[in-house]
Design a protein around this ligand. Structure first.
Ligand code: NDP
Ligand code: 2IT
Length: 454
């Protein structure tokens, strides 16, 4: 009872003190309610005011980024870095460049990152950053100048033992290269201050593939508990960026059939399996829209956003066995969840961060038998491999693709095990939302108590 009052008080406080930060409220609400069984069992967390302390970022930076476009005109964007928790290690988390970026989105992502990073078993704290800059339609030179301007402020706040950014939506190998170049110029140091670096200058093999591969390894572990596997399974994948592409690649390796991908303009449905080479060429080389895929491959159906079901997304209305939401937050709604269930889907495995709406998640957990892998566990392979990159940088070594992939597989197995075993410990076997939140929180909260009132 006391824990319910405490949780509601904290959520009221968040609502009042962070108006308009809907995604942050959604993320904290999910985490705090799922901690209830732990709080009821162990009174230390409330005694030490851990909930109140853990929902406030240690530090948030908001800064102006001026850059010059190709026409010679000065443009302005807003940059962010939210350093949420350094309890178990230096701040770690990606950078997102997307027009939708605002403080609430940065805070939700950085908050989720705390527990995700804790679940990996590695010593990394939680952070996120980015900008409302839209890379779409910009020239290579414009992107370079934006990255240089962004880093001209960010470099003051990061460091290899302090805060180590990486990629996320809109930030891939190209952007990390420009950011790293500027950091090196400003500081004169060749440091492992960013991860996702190029393989010639300190990057780790398999980092590019890690989030997608890790997501599939996680699904494989989960299905195994119920005597199932990925072979022959029709998998609906959303997104067509870094996470989606390497989810599709690994699904093929596991004998599954990835039947879809999507972007902000539409969805490709290809019953016999997505053409991975065509997808890579369109997205990784030409940075083009999936409309182009539809013109190259005539065996597929292209569904533009204008034809999506009302309140839903076409990709989740395709007949499938497993869903891999791998694009963005709140891309799987209640209508979508109902359709997935109706079509006989057995597992929703989140590759993106918080892709399932609160309403859909409640329905899935309370009213269906669908298995559900929360993003903070299922997509943790990316950040885990970033930490492997930091390890290689610190020891000035480079491991083979296979060595990194084996470590990634072991880490995903560990994350699944800890989330699953925690669900069993708290009498909710297979509820990995509770299992992951409790396990991720417990390690950070215990460490906060040990470190005192900092
Ligand atoms: P990319 O930028 O490589 O790809 C993002 C994909 O999602 C694109 O296909 C994009 O379409 C689509 N997308 C983005 N925003 C929207 C939107 N508002 N509506 C519809 N489609 C959208 O990003 P990643 O693949 O790296 O990231 C995907 C997800 O995975 C994000 O939630 C990210 O936080 C998460 N993640 C990423 C990790 C990583 O290592 N990269 C690690 C863990 C999680 P379009 O190009 O048309 O905009
Ligand atoms: O959401 C995430 O975990 C990432 N974007 C990856 C972060 C990282 O530091 O590799």
């Amino acid at each position: 009872m006391q824990s319910t009052i405490e949780i509601e008080n904290i959520l009221d406080y968040i609502k009042e003190s962070s108006p308009g930060q809907d995604e942050f409220y959604q993320a904290t609400q999910e985490v705090l309610y799922s901690l209830k069984p732990l709080l009821d069992r162990d009174s230390r967390y409330i005694e030490h005011n851990i909930l109140e302390r853990i929902v406030v970022p240690e530090r948030s930076m908001i800064f102006r980024v001026n850059w010059v476009d190709d026409a010679g005109k000065v443009q302005t964007n807003v940059g962010y870095r939210v350093q949420f928790s350094s309890t178990i290690g230096p701040y770690k988390g990606g950078l997102r460049f997307h027009p939708s970026v605002n403080l609430g989105i940065m805070k939700f992502l950085a908050f989720e990152q705390i527990f995700k990073n804790s679940l990996t078993g590695l010593p990394i704290g939680g952070a996120k950053g980015g900008s409302n800059f839209d890379p779409k339609g910009k020239s290579d030179n414009e992107i370079m100048r934006f990255c240089q301007s962004f880093m001209s402020e960010l470099y003051k706040h990061i460091g290899k033992h302090r805060d180590i950014p990486a990629g996320d939506i809109g930030v891939g190998a190209r952007e990390i290269g420009y950011l790293f170049g500027q950091y090196k110029k400003l500081t004169g140091e060749f440091d492992g201050v960013l991860t996702g670096k190029g393989l010639n200058w300190g990057g780790s093999k398999a980092r590019k593939e890690a989030t997608g591969y890790g997501s599939v390894y996680f699904a494989e572990n989960f299905l195994k508990v119920y005597g199932k596997n990925l072979k022959g399974k029709r998998c609906a994948v959303s997104g067509s960026g870094n996470v989606a592409i390497y989810t599709i690649e690994k699904l093929y390796e596991m004998g599954a059939i990835p039947i879809s991908c999507s972007d902000s303009r539409g969805t490709i449905y290809q019953k016999d399996g997505i053409d991975l080479q065509a997808l890579k060429s369109i997205k990784e080389i030409h940075h083009a829209s999936l409309e182009e895929y539809a013109t190259v491959d005539c065996k597929c159906n292209y569904i533009p956003v204008s034809q999506y079901p009302k309140g839903g997304h076409a990709v989740w209305h395709l007949p499938c066995d497993i869903a891999f939401p791998s694009a963005t937050q709140n891309e799987l709604t209640l209508i979508d969840a109902k359709k997935l269930e109706e079509n006989g889907c057995i597992l929703i495995n989140e590759g993106a961060n918080m892709p399932t709406t609160a309403e859909a998640l409640k329905y899935i957990r309370k009213e269906t038998n669908l298995l559900f892998s929360p993003g903070k566990a299922a997509n943790a392979g990316g950040v885990a491999t970033s930490q492997l990159e930091m390890s290689q940088n610190a020891s000035m070594s480079q491991w083979s693709f296979q060595e990194v992939d084996i470590k990634l597989r072991t880490i995903m197995q560990h994350i699944f095990k800890i989330a699953y075993e925690t669900s069993v410990e708290f009498d909710c076997e297979g509820d990995l939302v509770k299992g992951a939140n409790i396990a991720g929180f417990r390690k950070v909260a215990d460490s906060m108590i040990e470190q005192g009132s900092v």
